[in-house]
Ligand binder design. Structure first.
Ligand code: B3K
Ligand code: ZN
Length: 873
């Protein structure tokens, strides 16, 4: 496969002013007629003859090509494996192309495909070329009309924009035409056809436009739509209030689809969602699912401006829309729920998975320089680190200035396809700011490491902080430059209060770090302070400062920044876990982590603290996060150390866990609101620790909670505890009864699969293989593959890393099989095998050889080839 470089970007030779599509739907032979108004791009190089017109096209059967109504003779075009090349003899013309496609055979879930008999599309990034021949690139923006013809068994026929016509053909088929007045790139095109039901609501925008909101599902799921609809209305309101962004069409539709490669897609006016990311009811969905739905509905809605009205010039700029939109949805979720807890969750993901990506073979900057397959670059770096980059701009400029910048960005570039540079320039121009150095965040990859030292000068009453930054080499990038970043700092006095830092008595200062080494001085500091550094995780870095255990305990007790308060608990836990890993490897005795136990005990007693924050502080870093921290990883040592610490906490704090569990077990009607979610999260954290002791009383509590069936959050938490810590025969019974109750519900069955495959105790390789032959398992459904194969390989560290290496072999086998059906999913799920260099020799060799087996298995898709070849390099 070819590598594509950002430096080779050229503007398109031709533009498409109008795109008229007609679909005659059939599972094996859908006829697609396209009529394109083509025009020479005035911005393209005008010297010489008219260049040929290139149209991307993959897996299409070409039926005919006509220009201005005349069928084109074969010598005027040539069909190639990935497109069509036409000779051109005029500046503008109408091109008509007819193709045939087979949605039923499309298992890649890209382009037009069938999910449970429903037609749907996924075009981002390059799926439209599987529908018809087209300049399938985001800088070609066109006004679309779409006509859909289908048998009467598909009463719902949807596409982008407004419905302008509907009727019946002579032979009794249904026919509907949609028109989208906003010019858009092909990746935002969507079509849905099925026997669907919908719920409807309305939203009136700030300027008085009444927007119809519709959410479509298969009939069996219609009762699970309320939460997404509420989330949509909240998002619409929030985007008006916080960003001044109004919705721009008369209708906004969401469709739930069971077979989907990712979470959802922001197609103009017609968002398509993975069912798991939109459907919820208290009986079937956990709190985490409710919150995820709210966030994803918001994310896709926010794309209407940050993505659709202003889109990307090319796919290297993907973070322009994704980083910004993730930042927007994170702020929305923070406003709707607990801000501190949301930040902790996001940073945990970043530290666990994005840092690992940054340190792995696929490492790339927020704006990559090259790719083989763009689908592989919908990454944590582009999304989450990209959002951190936007967050830093927000921090450096301040909220008001940031808003001025975003206003200018939307105004300047409305209707255009632009670059990350344009975004930064708007932020600068609106504020007279200078982000010259800051731009390096877009081009330089890797996770910066900050080393902080401090000095207190009692005589001068001055406190000095010296920060040294360096970013390690990453594939293809060495000798990194210093980055510009905001470091938010407070200084705590001996009484635990923040010291005043200036005349206005500010308690926090944002330092602008721009150099490799820089010293910051705080004047009028009357005592030696304890620094609270990088508050709110103000930059996506690894910060090292030699805190003593006592200092961390102090921060856990007094820091008013909830992120740093939590982070202090994590630092203590890391220290303990790392020490215990060393003891395990040396065959020495494991000592209970006294400081951590002391800190957690105080936290658990503190009823003033947000219970969700307490739950987070009680949660140990995951094995995956511990692995990211280490090198020459010994997987068994990680597992052993973590189990030891968990059991030490469970034993030492058992009576406190019980007290807290009982006080929180209030049996109120379920509501997915922040306060209740917080209580349930602490209650279930307590339950899990209680059960970890293996005591019969504790397991009885879990059993009773499981039997009461009050809501899925409590049921799933109880079931997880029972299968992790309870006797095997009882676990089997509970799993069986759970399945019997919920077998008709796809989302719950996915939860059930995931619970088992991800269980350290229960999810053995043998069990995982059994799950894969369960009648409810479907290899062509990404959610089920993610639940079972992903649950095992990505969330079940203990079993996946069994010493005989069979876990790795199993994953290789699944990846090879998946690649034939769905390359995008294969290329994602192979990730754990690509990290082999991080492990000590034994595991590294086993993992590498599994990866080699994938590489040797025959011709790989471009997606999988890119990931595997880079990992073996
Ligand atoms: N923009 C889509 C992602 C498409 C991924 C294509 N492989 C969802 C989102 O970020 O909102
Ligand atoms: Zn997005």
């Amino acid at each position: 496969p070819q590598t594509i470089f950002l430096k080779d970007y050229q503007v398109p030779d031709y533009l498409i002013d109008r795109t008229d599509l007609t679909f005659d739907l059939d599972p094996q032979a859908t006829l697609v007629k396209s009529r394109l108004q083509v025009r020479r791009n005035p911005a393209a190089d005008a010297s010489g003859d008219l260049p040929p017109l290139w149209l991307d096209g993959v897996d299409l059967e070409l039926l005919s090509v006509a220009v201005d109504g005349e069928l084109l003779p074969a010598q005027r075009y040539s069909e190639q494996t990935d497109g069509l090349l036409l000779t051109v003899d005029k500046e503008s013309f109408v091109l008509e192309v007819q193709t045939r496609i087979a949605p039923e055979s499309n298992t890649s879930l890209e382009g037009l495909y069938l999910s449970n008999g429903m037609y749907c599309t996924q075009c981002e990034a390059e799926g439209f070329r599987k529908i018809t021949f087209y300049p399938d690139r985001p800088d070609v923006m066109s006004v679309f009309t779409t006509t859909i013809v289908a048998p009467a068994t598909y009463p719902v026929l949807l596409s982008n924009g407004n419905k302008i016509d509907s009727g019946t053909t002579e032979d009794g088929r249904l026919c509907v035409t949609w028109e989208d007045p906003f010019a858009k790139p092909s990746y935002l095109f969507a079509l849905v056809a099925g026997d669907l039901q919908f719920v409807e609501d309305h939203f009136t925008t700030s300027s008085g436009r009444k927007v119809t909101l519709q959410l479509f599902t298969e009939p069996k799921n219609i009762g699970k739509t309320a939460h997404a609809m509420e989330s949509l209305k909240k998002s619409m309101k929030w985007d008006e209030e916080v960003y001044g962004r109004e919705y721009d069409l008369d209708i906004f539709m969401i469709v739930a689809v069971d077979h989907f490669n990712m979470g959802a897609m922001e197609n103009k006016g017609l968002n398509i969602f993975n069912s798991a990311c939109v459907l919820a009811s208290p009986e079937t969905a956990t709190d985490a699912a409710f919150q995820r739905i709210e966030a994803i509905v918001a994310h896709e809605y926010f794309h209407n401006w940050s993505g659709n009205r202003v889109t990307c010039r090319d796919w290297f700029q993907l973070s322009l829309k994704e980083g910004f939109t993730v930042f927007r949805d994170a702020e929305f979720s923070a406003d709707m729920n607990s801000r501190g807890v949301k930040r902790i969750e996001d940073v945990t993901l970043l530290r666990t998975a994005q840092f690992a990506e940054d340190a792995g073979p696929m490492s790339h900057p927020v704006r990559p320089d090259s790719y083989m397959e763009i689908s592989n670059f919908y990454t944590l770096t582009v999304y989450e680190k990209g959002a951190e980059v936007v967050r830093m701009i927000h921090r450096l400029l301040g909220a008001e200035a940031f808003r001025r910048g975003s206003d200018l960005y939307f105004e300047r570039h409305d209707g255009c396809a632009v670059t990350c540079e344009d975004f930064v320039a708007a932020m600068e121009d609106a504020n007279g700011a200078d982000l010259t150095l800051f731009r390096r965040w877009y081009s330089q990859g890797g996770t910066p490491v900050l080393d902080v030292e401090d000095k207190y000068d009692a005589e001068a009453q001055e406190y000095h902080l010296t920060i040294r930054q360096h970013t390690p080499d990453t594939p293809g990038q060495t000798d990194k430059q210093p980055l510009h970043m905001p470091i938010a700092v407070s200084l705590l006095g001996a009484d635990g209060r923040e010291l005043s830092l200036d005349q206005e008595a500010s308690i926090e200062r944002v330092l602008h770090l721009t150099e490799a080494t820089q010293t910051f001085t705080f004047a009028d500091i009357p005592e030696r302070p304890l620094p609270s550094l990088l508050r709110g995780f103000s930059a996506p870095v690894k910060l090292r400062y030699r805190y003593t255990s006592d200092q961390l305990l102090f921060l856990m007790q007094y820091d008013t920044d909830s992120f740093n308060r939590w982070d202090a608990s994590q630092r203590l836990a890391f220290e303990a876990l790392e020490q215990l890993q060393r003891a395990y490897r040396a065959g020495g005795e494991m000592q209970a982590p006294e400081a951590l136990l002391q800190g957690l005990s105080a936290v658990l007693e503190n009823t003033q603290l947000d219970p969700a924050l307490v739950a987070k502080m009680l949660t140990l870093p995951s094995p995956q996060e511990l692995a990211e921290h280490g090198d020459a990883i010994d997987a068994q040592a990680i597992v052993a150390a973590r189990v030891f610490v968990r059991d030490s906490i469970a034993k030492a704090l058992a009576s406190r866990f019980l007290k807290r569990y009982q006080s929180l077990d209030q049996r109120k009607p379920y509501q997915p609101v922040a306060e209740d979610i917080a209580e349930r999260s602490l209650k279930n954290t307590c339950l899990s620790y209680l059960c970890a002791t293996g005591s019969a009383d504790a397991l009885a509590l879990a059993e009773s909670q499981f039997m009461r069936k009050e809501n899925m959050t409590d049921v799933a938490a109880a079931l997880a505890a029972l299968i992790e810590f309870g006797p095997a025969d009882q676990a089997e019974e509970h799993l069986e009864s759970f399945y019997q109750q919920w077998q008709q519900d796809t989302q719950v069955v996915e939860t059930w699969f995931g619970l088992q495959a991800g269980s350290a105790n229960y999810g053995t390789l043998g069990r995982v293989r059994e799950l894969m032959s369960h009648p409810a398992f479907e290899f062509t459904n990404p959610n089920k593959v993610r639940a079972v194969v992903g649950g095992f390989a990505m969330r079940n560290f203990a079993q996946f890393h069994q010493e005989d290496g069979t876990g790795y072999e199993f994953l290789a086998e699944q990846v090879i099989a998946l690649d034939k059906l769905n390359p995008q999913i294969a290329a994602r799920i192979v990730t754990p095998l690509t990290r082999w260099r991080k492990y000590r020799t034994l595991e590294a060799e086993q993992i590498r050889s599994a990866l080699q087996r994938v590489s040797d298995s025959g011709e790989l898709s471009r997606d999988l080839y890119e990931v595997v070849s880079k990992a073996l390099e």
